[in-house]
Design a protein around this ligand. Structure first.
Ligand SMILES: [Zn+2]
Length: 302
């Protein structure tokens, strides 16, 4: 976190009044930190189910990375209003999961355009509205929207690269293939060397693998890792450097490798779940049994 602190201090010096709203320290859910001039990281409170958001300032408007759950969308919108008088023009859904996308109607009602890679809409078609209905049972913010299902992104990106460049900043939306989900999107700021990863990279034991391609995940991260990156802003957990991409990739590689070895030895799922041990890292946690099951299903089903 030393680098974050240095950037924060630089942010304080440069941005004066704006810095009033910025907090320091390591874990500060539901607060906004400056990552680079005009780029803010909003740490989502995982107890509320919120993902992280990134707010990017352009000449005349703001871009928000991830819609969040509806309650997270409202909170991120309020923060965006505090840090800038510019309107939110684009909200990029990094993938189809509810904690990143169910807030879409909140943003579009406020005039923003939601966008995502084409795989996001495809996954929504395959999986919804079942998950929305399930979420509405336990989440007031979802139920309150009184909808039959999620709102798909208003714009699909059909190429693997989409660029917004208004002269003040270049923002690249990149798809490297199927890792956490089929429609995984990254947001890359080449000048600032900042990479927003969605849940393709998380900082902690927060990997959800139910819609993943675990075998392909390291390939996607190798492609992302070829970019010049100083700061990684993950979908969950705190920002870090390039080591986050490498660590996440290593976790997926080890997970896949050890489950594959078990399958090849003819072991049952339960046996593999009981025997798998991975090198200790921040990515190994309570979810391991479920991750082993997802890797097992991927390896044994077509
Ligand atoms: Zn996710």
């Amino acid at each position: 976190m030393k680098r974050m602190r240095a950037l924060l201090l630089a942010g304080f010096a440069m941005l004066g009044a704006v810095a009033l709203f910025v907090s320091r320290g390591d874990a500060n859910p539901e607060t906004v930190k400056i990552v680079a001039p005009g780029v803010w990281f909003r740490e989502g409170d995982m107890d509320l189910g919120h993902c992280n958001n990134i707010i990017i300032e352009m000449k005349d408007y703001l871009i928000v990375v991830d819609a969040n759950f509806p309650s997270g969308a409202k909170a991120a919108m309020a923060d965006a209003k505090r840090i800038s008088s510019k309107p939110v023009k684009y909200v990029f859904d990094t993938h189809h999961h509810g904690d990143h996308l169910y807030g879409n109607p909140v943003w579009t009602a406020a005039g923003a355009t939601t966008l995502a890679f084409a795989g996001v809409a495809q996954e929504l078609k395959r999986l919804e509205p079942a998950r929305w209905m399930e979420a509405a049972k336990s989440r007031k913010d979802v139920a309150e929207l009184n909808r039959e299902g999620p709102e798909a992104p208003k714009q699909d990106i059909n190429e693997s690269l989409f660029v917004l460049n208004d002269g003040s900043r270049k923002v690249e939306f990149r798809h490297f293939g199927w890792a956490h989900t089929k429609g995984d999107g990254f947001v890359y700021l080449p000048k600032e060397q900042v990479l927003c990863t969605g849940d393709a990279v998380v900082n902690g034991a927060y990997n959800a693998t139910m819609d993943a391609n675990i075998g392909n995940w390291p390939t996607v991260l190798a492609a992302a890792g070829k970019l010049k990156v100083k700061t990684v802003l993950p979908g969950h957990g705190l920002p870090g450097g390039k080591e986050l991409i490498e660590g996440q990739s290593q976790f997926m590689t080890e997970l896949y490798k050890s489950v594959k070895a078990g399958v090849e030895q003819g072991k049952k799922l339960e046996e593999i779940q009981a025997s798998v041990t991975l090198p200790e890292s921040v990515w190994v946690g309570k979810g391991l049994k479920g991750q082993v099951k997802d890797a097992y299903d991927e390896l044994t089903k077509k």
